[in-house]
Design a protein around this ligand. Structure first.
Ligand code: NAP
Length: 243
């Protein structure tokens, strides 16, 4: 009975991933705040794919609860996917410390707290997979969103270090670096279509990458190319750009 734990499972990407893993015979732990909101979707998945789908109430910023919640999972997951994220109100994220902190906590610290616990289990088991969704914003700081970007940058570095550590334990660590993703909240109609992906497409990309033990993926080759070029721009020039 293999389980995958999806953290921040309430968003569209989470539901798409839940469907994909269930279709491929994984049982599910779907974790998030007010997770009962997706009870219908969870029931639907159970019925459709004949797997178990268990809802776990979890706030990624409630660090003291993480070990206790993990201990309640009777069958430990074989894989974990961290999707929780928060795109802040940009001016507030600089002027109000509570907004700065919220951005760092949801995008970075919550993930560290949970993966520090779960990776120990995978070390003992000598198997498992770990996936985390970061952002292209984490690859180079821009005036537009450097609080969010620096939190995602921290996460990218954490994942890289974890991959290096877990390699000898037969645990695959996959960093997902998306560009824009459509979501219910913001359908990104004004963005060039080639730069935007859907949760469904991204979920499939993530699933395939995990199944073939990839280390790092972008949401598209175009984004990979764009970020390759952006990272090459000398700092003396980059600081003058409005991008
Ligand atoms: N959308 C984009 O264009 C884009 C681009 C690059 C990277 N990303 C990253 O991709 C991931 C998914 O993006 P999205 O736009 O689909 O995100 P989203 O719709 O904003 O979903 C974020 C998820 O995180 C959960 N979450 C937030 N705070 C939490 C907390 N304290 N405890 C537990 N769960 C919490 C939310 O649950 P609630 O319903 O409880 O808030 C929600 O399910 C995120 O990590 C995001 O940063 C997104």
């Amino acid at each position: 009975m293999k389980y995958v734990l999806i953290i921040g499972a309430k968003n569209e990407l989470g539901i798409e991933l839940a469907n994909l893993y269930a279709r491929n015979n994984y049982n599910l732990y779907l974790a998030g705040r007010s997770i009962k909101d997706i009870q219908d979707k969870s029931d639907e998945i159970e019925k459709k794919y004949k797997v178990k789908s268990v809802l776990c109430e979890l706030d990624v910023t409630d660090y003291n609860s993480h070990q206790k919640i993990y201990d309640t999972l009777t069958i430990k997951p074989i894989g974990v996917i961290y999707l929780a994220g928060y795109y802040p109100n940009i001016p507030l994220s600089i002027s109000e410390w509570s907004e700065t902190l919220r951005t760092i906590e949801i995008n970075y610290m919550g993930c560290m707290s949970l993966l520090n616990i779960i990776s120990n289990q995978f070390i003992n088991d000598r198997r498992g997979f770990i996936i985390s969704v970061t952002s292209v914003s984490g690859l180079r700081g821009r005036a537009k969103n450097y609080i969010y970007g620096s939190a995602k940058a921290g996460l990218i570095t954490y994942m890289s270090g974890l991959r290096n550590k877990m390699n000898k334990y037969n645990v695959n660590v996959l960093t997902v670096i998306p560009g824009f993703i459509t979501s219910n909240k913001d359908n990104k109609e004004n963005y060039p279509r080639v730069l935007v992906t859907t949760p469904k497409k991204l979920a499939l990309k993530i699933f395939n990458a995990q199944q073939s033990n990839k280390d790092v993926i972008y949401s598209s080759t175009l984004w990979q190319l764009i970020m390759f070029v952006i990272k090459l721009i000398p700092e003396a020039l980059f600081k003058k750009l409005k991008i």
